[in-house]
Design a protein around this ligand. Structure first.
Ligand SMILES: Nc1ncnc2c1ncn2[C@@H]1O[C@H](COP(=O)(O)OP(=O)(O)OP(=O)(O)O)[C@@H](O)[C@H]1O
Length: 277
């Protein structure tokens, strides 16, 4: 049964206790639940979830990532945890914990073979996501980041209505087609009364390897209009770069590549922390 007193969204949620579909988990003491969403597939939502988690962990926070992209789970590989398995105890599931202490849950941790497709209908996928909230022993966390499925369909709705999400970080790329679809996701959040906190623009530009000049690759870049129309703030801009492919190799933001990635995502991590001060 839902109970507002033990809910992390207490005080920031518009739902009444009677109408709330959220089931709490006594094993969860999570201060902030944050969705990382885009509406459009392939814009780098999972990569941004991982970078954000690493930046928050680096700032000393206890962090978890829930891979709610059930049919296309990429978090285990992006975290370098693709060989790990999650184990159950009675009716609870232990998340996988990486070297930084980031707790991770993904359907791939429960699959024998990560290459096997999950051929499930929407309600079953929705149940899996719900269980990632109700049955996983997340323990104490400052931030649980939810890597949302692409689109504004069934599963995204299940996350927003069945998990006490405090706010959503939108990931976009500077293309009119993408911002139109991301705007749909923003409006979906408004409809279910989940605040959209800020925007990360990925693949924003490229840096010339010879002269270091910033090159705008998308000529009809419409970031300012998009932000203005949706009354949102740009939290971070990341270039299109092969460094992102190294994301899984460095746990502590130690290597030069990782330091570079940290510098790009850090403003977003700081903005997020600031939002909940
Ligand atoms: N800034 C970037 N520069 C270069 N490649 C990137 C960048 N961001 C993401 N990618 C690459 O784009 C691909 C998609 O990234 P990612 O899986 O993070 O996107 P997604 O939005 O979560 O996708 P999906 O819709 O499948 O959930 C990956 O191969 C990733 O390495």
């Amino acid at each position: 049964m839902s109970n507002c007193n033990s809910c992390p969204s207490k005080g920031t949620c518009g739902k009444s206790e009677d109408s709330c579909g959220i089931q709490n988990n006594v094993n969860n003491k999570i201060k902030h639940v944050i969705g990382v969403m885009s509406g459009k597939g392939g814009v780098g939502k999972s990569s941004m979830s991982v970078l954000l988690a690493k930046a928050l962990a680096d700032m000393g926070y206890q962090v978890g990532i829930m891979d709610a992209d059930i049919t296309g789970p990429s978090i285990p590989r992006l975290m370098g945890l693709e060989r790990e398995k999650a184990y159950g105890t009675n009716d609870a599931i232990q998340p996988v914990i990486d070297k930084d202490g980031i707790k991770v849950m993904s359907l791939n941790f429960l699959m024998e073979d990560e290459n096997q497709p999950v051929v499930w209908r929407g309600p079953i996928v929705g149940n899996a996501v719900r269980q990632f909230w109700t049955d996983v022993i997340w323990g104490e966390l400052d931030y649980l980041l939810i890597d949302m499925p692409p689109g504004t369909g069934d599963v995204a709705l299940t996350v927003l209505q069945n998990i006490p999400v405090n706010g959503v970080v939108m990931v976009s790329t500077p293309q009119p087609m993408v911002s139109m679809i991301v705007s749909k996701a923003i409006n979906m959040c408004h409809q279910v009364e989940v605040p959209v906190l800020g925007v990360i623009e990925n693949m924003s530009y490229v840096v010339c390897p010879d002269c270091g000049k910033r090159i705008e690759i998308f000529q009809q870049k419409n970031t300012e209009d998009f932000l203005k129309e949706n009354n949102l703030e740009l939290w971070a801009e990341l270039p299109m770069t092969p460094s992102i492919n190294m994301i899984h190799q460095d746990d502590n933001f130690d290597s030069e590549t990782a330091k570079e990635m940290k510098a790009w995502i850090q403003p977003a991590a700081e903005k997020l922390v600031e939002k909940f001060k």
